[in-house]
Design a protein around this ligand. Sequence first.
Ligand code: GLN
Length: 325
Amino acid sequence: CAAFPAPRKQAASPARLFAPQNERQPVMEELLERLLAECLPYTAQGRLADYIPELAKADPSMLGVYVIGNDGKESWAGDCRQPFTIQSVIKPILLLQALLDNGVEAVQRRVGVDAINPRDQSPYSGHINPMANMGAIVICSLIHGGSYAERFQRLLELTRLLAGDERIGIDEDVYHSEKSHGSKNRALAYLLKSYGLLDDDVEEVLDCYFRACSIRVDCRALAHIGAVLSNRGRLPNSSRQIFPAELARYVNAILTTCGMYDGSGEFAIRVGVPAKSGVGGGIMAVVPTRMGIGIYGPALDRKGNSVAGIQLLERLSRALYLSIF
Ligand code: GLN
């Protein structure tokens, strides 16, 4: 695909909005290459997401990692330029957009912050978390815009800005697959509607959610998003503030407690940094004040997280003392 050139070890293309310094980081790259080789066998332990046919077409043996420091320096290894869909890693960006548009108080009137098993979430318990599907669907309805097309466009622009790549768009095949196999999300959305938590037309809100999940990224994009969150809302190696530091703290806290589905507690112990995973195989990790990390490994564990990706993050965390705990 023209928008995503093949893996390479050279300066990023000048088409990039925020061209990195891209000074080579030999020690870091050596470490990433070694950890990647150690973790590759774990890809065989996972399974591809298959709730929609499109995701089951991925190559389960892939593994990639990309690191962007707050100083703008970049390092990578493996299948880091392979495009994949962002899926649930869009949830923190949806939350950011809603917080920017409405403020914390208004958002919290609809979605909470407490960790809860996504399967136990329900409109009647009052526990709707923005890192679970129900919460993210509600969040789509909170984004400002004259139409849902405009709301999605605003979300896409924010994603491009955070990811440092203006060429990011959606994967049409995954989008259509999400939309035509979306019974579970439809059920959740109609339940929200019946409890008065969704004011707008359910299909319009869902269309925005399906498009959001289908945004196509690569490891660098996820690392860049993580770097902005780690840099308290500022672009790496820049003075440009994208969102207030207070919101970075808010989102990072939710990622720490709820970012890795039911595996969030174990991830906190093994890796110890705010992170969000998606069923497309991506993990976006935030090392506050230090770096953002993007992972791609579509073979998932039983909790829906990249098996080899978590192994890699665990080893990286140990090697560089990344845990915040
Ligand atoms: N598109 C997926 C869904 O809505 C996103 C969820 C995920 O990545 N866990 O089911």
